[in-house]
Design a protein around this ligand. Structure first.
Ligand SMILES: *[C@@H]1O[C@H](CO)[C@@H](O)[C@H](O)[C@H]1NC(C)=O
Length: 279
């Protein structure tokens, strides 16, 4: 008991390292059932449940903007331990390079385009929740659309932050499963989520529609292009490849960077405006 408490305190104090699963293949899986995390990243994946909850408040009649805002700012499903919640607002306002420590061109490109962290997603979300700024007197469906899509963007960006952290940790010799691989697992968890699909196996066929993760967003767009590469299914292979190349003696920095770039490409394809026109 005393020892356990000490160990738990140690985790709470550093907060940075994962608890690698023992045995290694015993971790809870994500919605796809094929990515193999080596850390328990359930709470990280749970942020997608907040996205789903906000969507359900915005589906009420009349739309419940107040409760949607409460979930955005205070969180609901995703705990960081010790009574602290991980919130979508925290994610949106995160400096995703940590003052340039982690390279993340996906995020720094967005930052230079929009000019400030809050201007990327947060200002739009708040304006549409509050009926202010660019959302003032817009229709409910306009505000709902902006909020729902922006939240997917926030979670996608946060996945790139975790990938950047994993790249940095790997390059700095932190290749134990609770180190770089933990950051990579977190990125996969944010991207895929862990809601059980209401139909199907979580990767083949049509998108189940209840995952509310960036992965499902990619999947829906894949369905518009039945003859093209299935980006959501490809992403799972890239994520497993990145993870394998971060673990201990198997560490290979070039391969990890290639996996990170592969994920950037998946995100960019999903956001191609040509693709958006068909939805
Ligand atoms: C989470 O949301 C549910 C409603 O779906 C609510 O009943 C519950 O109190 C909320 N929990 C927290 C911690 O905000």
């Amino acid at each position: 008991m005393g020892l356990l408490r000490l160990v738990l305190l140690g985790f709470a104090a550093t907060g940075a390292e994962g608890a690698a699963c023992n045995p290694v293949d015993s971790c809870p899986q994500l919605s796809d059932g094929l990515y193999c995390p080596v850390n328990d990243v359930t709470e990280h994946a749970d942020i997608n449940r907040d996205v789903a909850l906000i969507k359900s408040y915005l589906a009420e009649d009349p739309m419940n903007y107040a409760m949607a805002k409460e979930v955005y700012t205070m969180g609901n499903f995703s705990s960081k331990g010790a009574g602290n919640m991980r919130t979508l607002q925290d994610l949106a306002l995160k400096d995703m390079t940590v003052s340039g420590k982690y390279t993340n061109v996906f995020y720094s490109g967005a930052l230079s385009l929009y000019g400030s962290i809050s201007a990327i997603w947060h200002d739009y979300i708040i304006a549409c929740l509050d009926n202010t700024g660019m959302c003032k007197d817009k229709s409910d469906s306009f505000r709902q659309y902006v909020i729902n899509k922006a939240l997917i963007g926030v979670v996608t960006a946060y996945a790139t932050y975790e990938f950047g952290a994993a790249v940095w940790k790997g390059a700095n010799g932190e290749t134990a499963d609770g180190q770089a691989a933990y950051a990579w697992d977190e990125g996969a968890a944010f991207y895929i989520g862990n809601i059980a699909p209401v139909v199907g196996d979580g990767i083949t066929g049509g998108a189940p529609g209840n995952l509310y993760s960036p992965y499902e967003f990619n999947w829906k767009r894949d369905f518009d292009y039945p003859d093209g590469t299935n980006t959501h299914a490809e992403a799972v292979k890239i994520l497993n490849y990145g993870l394998i190349n971060l673990r201990g003696a198997a560490y290979n920095g070039d391969n990890v960077k290639a996996a990170e770039l592969g994920m950037y490409k998946i995100f960019s394809i999903a956001r191609n405006p040509q693709r958006h026109q068909v939805c």
